[in-house]
Design a protein around this ligand. Structure first.
Ligand code: FA5
Length: 337
């Protein structure tokens, strides 16, 4: 019984001083495993008188129970401590500045296109599309430029073969849409990429974008064209802008005009810059598209998207749009409308 008291003191002391779960388990093994000191006490029974045995056995069992309870309690305490320590380690300072997420932005050319799409949709136009790899037939012939027409020189391009080329303008979409509309009135714009064998310089690129406009109905006049273009210029550049229509030549329009927008020069005087070509749809083009030119008339225009963006944002070189330089592109963040 005296041994039991000593063992109890020793084991309780070890449990109290165990700092880790491993140390605590060592205590358990030392005393409670099969060969542990407390388990071994049972083998002492045979040395006791039969009267003493039950009391001793009961005491050993009680000690086992007490040590087991103490181990469990201490295990829980150590686990609590570990949990608190890991919570303290993982504590979050909600006042720290957050990570900065980098977001992209809409390319300035797409901003111009989306802006004009919204404007024209608001005026009842639909958006039309056509292929960039186009047939000579739609790009030139349906636009009243038969093979060997001298005006083809103004729009030399990249040929896939004799009949297939990279379109030089968005005008072939006029022909495609007319054929699809089967003689019914139509009102479309068509944004898209076009290609030319132009030498690259600050205002020219071999690949650029246009927005084509086409309206066909029974009473369309040059006044309707001027109205649509004035609305576009004022929407893009401000209510006090004026436009100027200059006589020009395109085989697919008659009369044809080139349209300039007014701007205030550095010396305070008013100047004009060309942004698009336009005109009344040529009777031959109407006829090839399935419209009777005696009944129907139409206007069309083709505006250079880069030229609009150059004017709107005062860009000094068209090539900035294509180099993917973030120092350039980041200037257009948030300027979506
Ligand atoms: C045409 O492409 C005609 N299809 C426009 C048209 C449509 C006229 C419907 C009548 C009726 P032009 O070649 O002028 O026309 O080009 C139109 C616009 O595209 C120009 O005013 C200019 O803004 C732009 N542009 C022309 N060439 C380039 C180039 N190499 N780089 C950048 N922009 C260009």
């Amino acid at each position: 019984m005296k041994d039991l008291a000593m063992i109890k003191k020793a084991v309780m002391n070890s449990i109290e001083h165990a700092k880790t779960l491993e140390a605590l388990d060592d205590v358990r093994v030392k005393y409670l495993s099969k060969k542990g000191e407390i388990s071994q006490l049972m083998s002492e029974l045979k040395n006791l008188s039969p009267e003493e045995r039950p009391a001793f056995g009961a005491r050993v069992n009680m000690l086992k129970q007490e040590v087991g309870d103490a181990l469990a309690k201490k295990k829980e305490a150590i686990e609590d401590q570990l949990l608190m320590a890991s919570l303290a380690r993982e504590e979050m300072d909600v006042t720290l500045p957050g990570y900065q997420f980098y977001s992209g932005s809409i390319h300035p050319l797409n901003q111009v296109i989306e802006d004009l799409e919204d404007l024209f949709i608001g005026m009842g136009y639909k958006i039309a599309e056509g292929p960039e790899v186009e047939n000579d037939y739609y790009n030139f012939e349906m636009m009243n430029l038969e093979k060997d027409h001298p005006a083809r020189d103004m729009q030399d391009t990249f040929y896939i073969n004799e009949e297939i080329l990279l379109r030089t303008h968005t005008s072939p979409v006029q022909a495609r849409t007319m054929l699809q509309s089967q003689g019914k009135p139509l009102k479309i714009i068509c944004p898209g990429k076009v290609y030319r064998r132009d030498d690259d310089d600050p205002t020219h690129s071999h690949q650029f974008q246009q927005i084509e406009g086409l309206v066909i109905d029974k009473t369309i006049s040059l006044a309707n064209l001027k109205d649509a273009l004035l609305k576009m210029a004022r929407h893009l550049f401000g209510e006090n802008r004026e436009i100027r229509l200059r006589p020009s030549y395109f085989p697919f329009t008659e009369p044809s005009v080139e349209v300039d927008v007014s701007y205030i020069k550095k010396d305070g005087t008013t100047g004009y810059i060309e942004i698009l070509g336009a005109g009344m749809v040529h009777p031959n083009v109407l006829k090839m598209g399935g419209y009777d030119p005696e009944v129907y008339s139409g206007f069309a225009f083709g505006v250079g998207v880069e030229r609009i963006a150059i004017l709107k944002y005062q860009i000094d070189d068209i090539r900035h749009f294509y180099t993917n330089d973030l120092r350039f592109l980041n200037q257009f963040k948030g300027d979506v409308r």
